[in-house]
Ligand binder design. Sequence first.
Ligand code: PRX
Length: 665
Amino acid sequence: MAQGQTARDENELEHELAAMLDIERFEPPAEFVKHANLTDPAIYEQADSDWQGWWASQAERLHWFKRWDQVLDDSNPPFYKWFTGGKLNVSYNCLDRHVEAGLGDRVAYHWHGEEGEELDITYADLLDRVQRFANALKDLGIEKGDVVGIYMGMIPEVVVSMLACARIGAIHNVVFGGFSAESVRERMEFSQAKALITVDGAARKGNVAPVKQNVDAVMGDLEHLKHIIVVRSKGTECEMKAGRDVWYHEIVAAAAEVCPPEEMDAEDPLFILYTSGSTAKPKGIVHTTGGYLTGASSTHQNVFDLHADTDTYWCCADVGWITGHTYIVYGPLANATTGIMYEGAPDYPHRGIWWELVERYKATIFYTAPTAIRACIKWGAEHPDRFDLSSLRLLGTVGEPINPKAWLWYHKVIGGERCPIVDTWWQTETGAIMISPLPGITATKPGSATRPLPGVLAEVVDEHEGKPIDQGQGLLVLKRPWPSMLRTLYKEDDRFVQVYFKKFGIDTYFVGDAARRDKDGYFWVIGRVDDVVNVSGHRLSTAEVESAVVACESVAECAVIGQSDELTGQAITAFVTLQGTIDGTPEIEDEIRAGVAERIGKFARPKRIIFADDLPKTRSGKIMRRLLRDIAEGRALGDVTTLRDPSVMAVLEEKIQAEQAAEES
Ligand code: PRX
């Protein structure tokens, strides 16, 4: 409990929140508006009337070695090019220019380790580390255009590695530390990575998990992968393969101090980030140098109302996801922000650790996912209440819809009713936030991401013809190119056009989300309409999980669906038929979960496994997941007449009812 505060009564809190559910809109708090950067709503109309001019004004915020000749080249849609002819370097924009402006001593990150280790890294420190490591990469023969994989947790070297790649024009391909080594291998193979930067081991709630050792077990024979660079982080034992593996600290010590930044074309790729789509093969989202950095820095500045000289900003995502790329690394550093980087989990060493760190570093801006907020609600307000959160002035959410009750809890318990909440909608593909309040201007409604940012044109359209729906539910689309949009899928141009620009034509970006617009034109994003599941804000493809389940020895066939889950938004349910006469047992469930953990990562393990004798299929043999979703969530079954064998559903229904009855007793 913060000093002078009395313990909060959870029942009373519950009542207060229930009463607040009637409040339809929250105006930007007057005290916040007084100091906000943007307060004039005319910005929306101004940006709309000249959207290319608006984006050009945002690109002006960066340093360009050479200014662009053309803002947008739309001669070959949907392969748009932004700021063509312009030359810049991302690491120069994130580091050198701030140091040259006299900000070398400003802290870039207050890094906090899982066991309480602390390290303040200034902009000057970061520049020094990045230059040395960039030289070390060059010494290994890494060149502009080469792909470099990065697989590690939330340690400072992950940021150094990303920026060092950017400095020399290598394309990084970060894989979230929660993915298995198998997934890393697959992503290195698809992208033909020349090097992989990883760690000896990773901290996980008081334990250290081997990383390099796991990588070694699967990486052996990749033809393109010439180097594995290992950061000595936890002192975990690992074998170093002569001719391939090098220690990070050794190559850095041997490298020269100064590495001039490569002058990159605006359209040169900056990174690839694999994400899940409708098929088992992940999509390599390609982001570029000029457009991406423009989007990242502009939205970070405007959505978070950044006052870089006084704010302490904390985005608690992992760098391995797009949120980490854009709002831990590139946006904040481009804006000379002081940020917090935390290595560990929200409940280790205790359930109040996040709030302890807010108090310790006097965080002013806090950005997290609704899943994390729901976990905090479950743990109880007593944890945040023990700490002084009065430094906070703005809160954000990302990754999934936030239910109004969680929004109100966040507003009241964390934000002390004085902080606006920015619910930010975007995707790996969009590179930066697309729909979100501007906190000094836009009134918020709990559960709505409100309206598109200046310059962005979003619509809700009907599923069949793509006609705009002013009020009501339909599919979310984006109708104009924007600088930080993905340029393609790595080495899969056709798939890029097919997935995003086929449904409603070449000038309409198909998002893959359902959404509703209300009477005020506000957007309420509902969730995915494709076979993508969002578990705790982690994006997974049902096909990817299915192929991991089917790879288990005893499994014959499998269908995976996302089921609503109070805590994680969605959870994975797997319907499984087994080989021959094998019966489903808890041991086989364990085997399936272990198989998924090994092939994808622990976070993809099915929460519920339902063994079935057969799965509902159409006459052409397609599994009807819609029916499986209905049955798993206890809804009345839709049309079953197209099934090859309708009796399959009756058997399944009986099985699920029996399972529920057993649980209840
Ligand atoms: O369904 C939407 C959901 O997350 C998807 C994008 O996932 P990913 O590429 O992993 O990026 C997550 C972080 C940007 C979207 O298609 N989503 C993201 N933000 C929101 C959201 N759903 C509702 N509200 C949001 N604020």
